[in-house]
Each structure stands twice: as structure tokens, then as C-alpha cells.
Design a protein around this ligand. Structure first.
Ligand SMILES: Cc1ncc(C[n+]2csc(CCOP(=O)(O)OP(=O)(O)O)c2C)c(N)n1
Ligand SMILES: [Mg+2]
Length: 628
């Protein structure tokens, strides 16, 4: 860190400059960054989330107040919550718009580290502006400053380095000029996109500099649609043209490239079934005949059967994480070839894929032109159609209405789908629900299924729902959340009410961490420390979630059956306030149909026989795993 005392700017008084504090320069710069959506020029920043403390209230606080009518500042309740909302805003905007988040130093800043990792994994843009210690070091150690005995430049914000796509610490006011330019380049780059952290030293936020006026010129950022390299494209199309049983995996990149129409055209012309990852679900409407639904660990029987046999996988815009590849035990065809169509070469070349580095929409269109009249053939198409019909019957059984006292997650999903209307966006992130929703939620419109399953962060759901609603005010945002996730982070319910951003939260209370309890049982473990009844306790908590949410101002209902849930959803549809509907569910039931093995390491030695048995099954399953 630079320890020099502040110096006068060389530009002082020069024409064509404007004298601002560094924080004012940040604020003004953010208001000048634009993009074009549906032909309209709009600000690329949708707003700023802020929780003030020392380290940002005086500098950034004053600066944001000065621009609040152009770029709104939103007060949240928890820094992780607000950053998650900001990230959800970017995801719901297909990365075309995003938000900034500013915090105090120390704990406020560190509360955003998990969110930074979430954005990093999911390749989502967010500008994080944590406050940092004094660059001049005069008052050290300040409140909330750690002291490293061997490194004077270390602050808590160094924790952001591994989870940021770009990190910088601003120790002089003019450093913000290249840092903000670089930030914009990263935030808008389809390949490198992710969290940018600019740690703003508190004294420097308040320091004035004569900034060139040109720095604040309006700038319009348009999405780059990279075309494929000719050699890569020909290698890919040659491989596809030789395939008899091809499938397409649609990942989040299809949505971010807004390539749904190109994907549908490609799949239809060449007769290739499509399977979807968690991030890619809703790339094609569920009703599209070639959409086989979810793939992998939480896949449909249709998608997984085709994936097992496939001789060619065209992986579009996917990171090929373990849930997609069944921990690399899903694909069973010895002659399998993978074409990795991705804007990011890191992803395009995974697992010996033939890389095709380009934008999804552009790449699919150019590949299609190469392929000409190639068609996978009617036998493969007929097989896909039969498998889809079989899957739909199984899904219908799982989703059917029932009057049991404790319904399954799938039955609750069925009830929600029966009464949803018009333009809805489903939001979820962790627990047993993501797997069930991946298999069973029928998404029609691109982006109508919003699942954070790159990091699967408990507590994302409600904050994420708020961010989605800010991005899509006309959409009916439905958040489905477990009791565990709700307990971890629910405070942004209050923010959603403050902001008039109504979300409907369906809370499934199975009294504990149902999915981890099931995973524990599946790996031979004793029921221990997941469901509340299996925890060390003096008294079992009976949490009145409806009363809890009501205390924050939400409209709430506790329902005793699926029928009551459907009635409550219909009756509260017109409410303008965030609504929380609580239903008790069975922690042990999930949908048996579909699915695939997932690599979770089982202990090699244990005194418990059940673990030994699970270990032997695990070793048998490992034999099917592709290495490399
Ligand atoms: C922040 C965080 N901590 C821990 C986990 C590991 N984990 C995944 S799901 C889960 C339990 C979720 O419980 P709940 O929300 O009630 O959903 P359920 O499993 O009961 O469906 C846990 C502990 C996680 N994903 N995120
Ligand atoms: Mg639970």
C-alpha cells in the first residue's frame, strides 16, 4: 500500500477537469455507464446497495446522496443479503445490467466474501466496493482493522482476491480512473465476467482530485458476440456431422447469450434433443418436443438415458459441473466426443472437448450453416419422444395433488404450478428443492427459472428473490425455500417490503436439513445433527415462521394442506406486500424417478457396518467414472 501523504493533483485548476473526491468520482462514473436494451438506452447500473459504517459513510455515503435521484441507493439488512440481491439482479437481467454494493470496513466488508464467491462461481457481474483502512496509516489500528505482524499491506479485503475476477485497492484518488475502466471491462466481458472488488481506503474516498471531465463521458456498453474461429468451427461441425446419437447440453451461457431462438432452430433443423443444466433450465420451453428436461444427478430419466448413449455431446455455455455430468459417470458411450461451445476457453476445453470458443447464438448459427442438411435421424428422435412421454408420466405422479398431512417437496411444487399465473419467475438455491425443481418445474419463458446452483448458497433465496423483482418488476416472483435456508438469511424480507418489491415466499418446513440428512443416510451415516430431532438439544425448537415473517411486515399464512396452500396462493396473489406461506413437509421423501449417482466420498474404514456397506457400493460406482 502506498504510504505517501496526499499530494496536490498535477491537474489542479486545469481546464477540462472537475474537482471531486474519489468517492464522488466513483458515484458520477457509475451514473454515466449505459447499455441498450430493447432499443432503449438505459443505465447499466440498476442501483447501489449500501450498508454504511466507518469506512464508507462519510466518503461513499455523501457521494451516493449526491446522485440518489439518478442512481438509487437501497438500504439492506445484511451485506451478504444485499450482495446476493445484487447478483440475482444481474442473473435475472441475463448479465446485461448489474449493481454495486458498498460496505464499511471489517465485518461489513467480509460479510460480502461469500457473495463474491457465489458470483465468481456463477460468472455473474457485481461491483463490490468495500471500505478499507486508512491508506495514510496515521490512526492505525482503526476500529475493525486486523493487524498482520508480518505484512503491513494486509487487510481483511485481501480475502476478496481469490473470489474476484478483478481486485484492486485504491490508495490514491487518481488510481480509481484505471480501476473503474478495468472494472467495466470485466463486468461486461461475456468470457471474464464476474465479481469486481475495488477496496476503497476510507481516507482516499474523501480526498479530492481534479478528474478529467472525459472520464465522465457517457459510455454505452453492448454485449460482445464473439464469432468462432474457422478451424475450431470446422472441427466441431465435422464431429457433429458424424454423430448418430447427438445431444445438446444447454447451460447458463445459452440464457446469457439470449440464444434460445438459435438453440431451438439448431435443435429442430438437425433433430438433436436438448438437456438442461440448473443454470440453463428454461433455455427451451418445457413443452418443446426436443426439450428432454434436466440432466445429471437431478436429471429426468429421458435426458439421462439419452446422455448415457450419446456419441456426441454439444455442451453449450456450461461449466460441466458434477451435477451435470453425474460426477463424470453419466456418459457411457466409449466413442463419446464432446464439443465445448463456450465464450470462455477455460470451459470450452474441459475433459478433452473439442473447443469452440464463441458466443452461443452466433456459434450455433454458424455451426448450423456448416452442417447443412445433417439430421440425427428419426430413430434417435423417436426414442427421445418416447422417453419424454415416459418421463412426463412419472413426473405427473410425483406432482399429483394429495391430502396427506405431510406432503413431499414435489407435491408442493405441483400445487404451486397448478395455481401460478402469467409471467412467473421461480427462485431457489439450496436444500432438497433444487433437485426436485430441476426435474419437475415446468419453465416456459427464458429466465423464468432462477436457480443459484453453482454455489448453492443457503440464504440466497429470499435476497435473490428481491434482486429478481428489482430486475423484473412485472414478473410474479415465487421463492421456494426450506426452513434451514430461511433461518440462515431472511432479513431482506424487510428490505423487500421497504422497497415495495413484492415476492411470494413458499416456505417448506421439514424441521431441519432434510437433503443432508438423506445424503447422510445414503452414505451409511447415522441420523445425526441434520433434522432438528437428531440434534443435541435441551428443548426442540418449534419455530413459528409465519409469526416471524409477520413481525417484519409480511403478509403470512400457515397452511395445513396442499389444498390450503393453493387457496392461500390464489387469495394473496393481489397483495402488494411480500407474502410468506408456510407448509410442513416430509423430510424423507424425494422423487425416485430419474436421477443419477453423485460422487460423495464414503469413509474407507468405520466401526459402523452401514458405512462399510455404503463404501462397497461407492467403490462399485467409482468404476463407471471417466477420468480426465
Ligand atoms: C451457506 C451454506 N451452508 C451449508 C450448506 C450445506 N447445505 C446444503 S443444503 C443444507 C440444508 C438445507 O436445509 P433446508 O433449507 O431446510 O432444506 P432441506 O434440505 O430441508 O430441503 C445444507 C446445510 C450450504 N449449501 N450453504
Ligand atoms: Mg428443511
Amino acid at each position: 500500500m502506498n504510504q505517501q501523504a496526499p499530494i496536490a493533483s498535477d491537474n489542479a485548476g486545469k481546464a477540462g477537469t472537475v474537482r471531486l473526491t474519489m468517492a464522488q468520482a466513483v458515484a458520477r462514473f457509475l451514473t454515466r455507464q449505459m447499455t441498450v436494451i430493447d432499443g432503449e438506452t438505459v443505465p447499466i447500473f440498476g442501483g447501489v446497495f449500501a450498508i454504511f459504517g466507518h469506512g464508507n459513510v462519510a466518503g461513499m455515503g455523501e457521494a451516493l446522496h449526491g446522485i440518489k435521484d439518478t442512481l438509487p441507493t437501497y438500504r439492506a439488512q445484511n451485506e451478504q443479503g444485499m450482495a446476493n440481491a445484487a447478483i440475482a439482479f444481474a442473473k435475472a437481467s441475463f448479465r446485461r445490467r448489474f449493481m454495486a454494493c458498498t460496505t464499511s470496513i471489517g465485518p461489513g466488508a467480509l460479510n460480502m466474501v461469500t457473495s463474491a464467491a457465489l458470483a465468481h462461481v456463477n460468472r455473474l457481474p457485481v461491483l463490490l466496493l468495500p471500505g478499507d483502512v486508512f491508506a495514510n496509516r496515521r490512526p492505525d489500528p482503526v476500529l475493525q482493522q486486523i493487524e498482520d505482524f508480518g505484512d503491513g499491506s494486509m487487510t481483511v479485503n485481501d480475502c476478496f482476491r481469490p473470489v474476484s475476477r478483478y481486485f484492486d485497492r485504491i490508495t490514491r484518488p487518481e488510481q480509481i480512473i484505471p480501476a473503474l475502466r478495468r472494472a467495466m471491462q470485466v463486468l461486461t466481458d461475456p468470457a471474464d465476467c464476474g465479481p469486481v472488488t475495488l477496496a476503497l481506503c476510507q481516507d482516499v474516498q474523501a480526498e479530492a482530485y481534479d478528474y478529467p471531465e472525459s472520464f465522465f463521458a457517457e459510455k454505452i456498453w453492448l454485449p460482445r458476440k464473439a464469432r468462432p474461429d474457422t478451424q475450431e468451427r470446422l472441427a466441431a461441425s465435422t464431429a457433429i456431422a458424424a454423430a448418430k446419437k447427438p445431444i445438446i447440453i444447454a447451460g447458463g451461457g445459452v440464457l446469457y447469450s439470449e440464444a434460445s431462438a438459435a438453440l431451438a432452430a439448431f435443435a429442430e433443423k438437425h433433430g438433436i434433443p436438448v438437456v438442461e443444466t440448473q443454470a440453463g433450465k428454461s433455455s427451451l420451453p418445457d413443452s418443446h418436443p426436443l426439450n428432454m428436461g434436466s440432466v445429471g444427478v437431478t436429471g429426468t430419466s429421458a435426458a439421462n438415458t439419452l446422455a448415457e448413449e450419446a456419441d456426441l455431446v454439444l455442451a453449450v455455455g456450461t461449466r460441466l459441473q458434477d451435477f451435470t455430468t453425474g460426477s463424470w459417470a453419466l456418459f457411457k458411450n466409449d466413442g463419446l466426443k464432446i464439443v465445448g461451445l463456450n465464450v470462455q476457453s477455460f470451459d470450452a476445453a474441459k475433459h478433452e472437448s473439442l473447443p469452440l470458443v464463441c458466443d452461443a447464438a452466433t456459434g450455433l448459427a454458424e455451426l448450423s450453416a456448416d452442417l447443412g442438411a445433417y439430421h440425427a435421424g428419426s430413430a434417435w428422435g423417436d426414442k427421445a419422444a418416447t422417453l419424454k412421454t415416459e418421463w412426463q408420466a412419472a413426473a405427473g405422479t410425483a406432482l399429483a395433488a394429495t391430502n396427506v398431512t405431510l406432503p413431499s417437496d414435489a407435491q408442493v411444487i405441483g400445487a404451486v404450478m397448478r395455481v401460478r399465473k402469467g409471467d412467473t419467475t421461480l427462485v431457489c438455491a439450496a436444500g432438497g428443492l433444487p433437485g426436485e425443481l430441476h426435474k419437475l418445474w415446468r419453465a416456459e419463458k427464458p429466465g423464468s427459472y432462477h436457480m443459484e446452483y453453482g454455489f448453492s448458497t443457503m440464504g440466497y433465496e429470499i435476497a435473490g428473490g428481491l434482486g429478481v423483482k428489482l430486475a423484473k418488476p412485472d414478473s410474479d416472483v415465487i421463492v421456494m425455500v426450506g426452513d434451514g435456508s430461511y433461518m440462515m438469511l431472511n432479513a431482506e424480507i424487510a428490505s423487500s417490503i421497504m422497497l415495495g418489491a413484492k415476492i411470494t415466499i413458499v416456505l417448506l418446513d421439514n424441521a431441519g436439513y432434510g437433503c443432508i440428512n438423506r445424503l447422510q443416510m445414503a452414505t451409511g451415516g447415522a441420523n445425526f445433527n441434520n433434522l432438528l430431532r437428531d440434534t443435541h438439544h435441551v428443548e426442540l425448537p418449534t419455530i413459528d415462521f409465519a409469526a416471524h415473517a409477520a413481525a417484519m411486515g409480511a403478509v403470512t399464512r400457515k397452511v395445513a394442506s396442499l389444498a390450503e396452500l393453493e387457496t392461500a396462493l390464489v387469495e394473496t396473489a393481489g397483495e402488494i406486500r411480500t407474502t410468506v406461506i408456510v407448509i410442513d413437509t416430509d423430510p424423507l421423501i424425494t422423487t425416485d424417478a430419474g436421477g443419477h449417482w453423485w460422487d460423495v466420498a464414503v469413509p474407507e474404514v468405520s466401526e459402523r457396518d452401514a458405512v462399510g456397506e455404503a463404501r462397497r457400493a461407492y467403490e462399485r460406482a467409482l468404476a463407471a467414472q471417466r477420468v480426465g
